[in-house]
Design a protein around this ligand. Structure first.
Ligand SMILES: NC(=O)c1ccc[n+]([C@@H]2O[C@H](COP(=O)([O-])OP(=O)(O)OC[C@H]3O[C@@H](n4cnc5c(N)ncnc54)[C@H](O)[C@@H]3O)[C@@H](O)[C@H]2O)c1
Length: 256
């Protein structure tokens, strides 16, 4: 697809992977809606990027809020790309604590709501907007990029909620791609390894020592711009659909 002059919506657009995606899309001539809850970072990013970017405070768990972000994008050249890159929270608890007590159910539900239900909320409302657009010459009306994690396949100790939510995002991909084939909307899932972003809540040097050293090659954490480059490739290549693409430097998580 060529989405130059069209619009994109990026949830978590003020976060690490989201911001890199927003910057890449603006550089590629796309009008971007930064859909996030982080007002300060979102407003600042939009101001940095000029007219092509706008911040719309968005909670992916709130229907009306997502609808407003989608409509803003639709009015800025037609929504052709939705990237779900929100997140940054997980319980980080084992199923059973040291004292044998089970992890609270509401923490599991909170994680699944944020990553899986929130992603579906963005997908379903974006797809409806894309379906109202004329198809491009290729027949494609739009593309939805969801963000899973390699934890969907290799969930580590303390990641039961996160791994289950991300596994759900992987499962969603093909089913949604099949549903949306009727309207020419593609769905592609990215499963990142470890990318240095604010989600790690530590200095880069420490994060690289902890996480980068276990990556076969390149022996470092991923760069958010590399995630953004994959989004651009997915947009560009109409034959990518219904698949989950790992971007992880051949990293495979062990139990810890
Ligand atoms: N960084 C990594 O190594 C990595 C690896 C695998 C998967 N991922 C996934 O990529 C996505 C982005 O990760 P990141 O590292 O950029 O995180 P981040 O914490 O840097 O950014 C996440 C952004 O999402 C926003 N957000 C949180 N809740 C929201 C909500 N309800 N509605 C809208 N926005 C909300 C936050 O304000 C933040 O700006 C997440 O889904 C994460 O699980 C990241």
């Amino acid at each position: 697809m060529d989405i130059n002059g069209c619009a994109a919506l990026v949830t978590g657009g003020a976060g690490g992977l989201g911001e890199a995606t927003v910057r890449r899309l603006v550089a590629d001539g796309v009008n971007v809606v930064i859909a996030d809850l982080a007002d300060d970072r979102g407003e600042k990013l939009a101001a940095d990027l000029g007219d092509r970017a706008i911040y719309v405070r968005t909670d992916v768990l709130d229907d009306a809020s997502v609808a407003a972000a989608v409509e803003t994008a639709q009015s800025r050249g037609g929504l052709r790309l939705a990237v779900a890159a929100h997140g940054g929270w997980a319980a980080q608890m084992r199923v059973l604590g040291r004292d044998g007590s089970p992890m609270p159910q509401q923490l599991f539900d909170k994680t699944v709501a944020l990553y899986l239900s929130g992603t579906f909320n963005v997908l379903r409302q974006s797809a409806a907007a894309m379906a109202r657009l004329e198809p491009q010459d290729s027949g494609c009306r739009g593309v939805i990029v969801n963000t899973a994690s390699i934890a969907a396949f290799e969930g580590q100790i303390g990641q039961s909620d996160y791994a289950a939510a991300k596994g759900g995002v992987v499962g969603l991909g093909l089913a949604a791609a099949r549903d949306l084939s009727a309207v020419g909307v593609r769905v592609v899932t990215i499963a990142p390894g470890t990318f240095f972003t604010p989600a790690f809540q530590m200095e880069e040097e420490e994060a690289q020592a902890t996480w980068g050293s276990s990556v076969p090659f390149p022996k470092r954490m991923g760069r958010p711009a590399e995630y953004a480059a994959l989004v651009a490739t997915i947009v560009d290549n109409d034959y990518l659909n219904g698949e989950t693409i790992r971007i992880d430097g051949a990293q495979r998580f062990g139990p810890k």
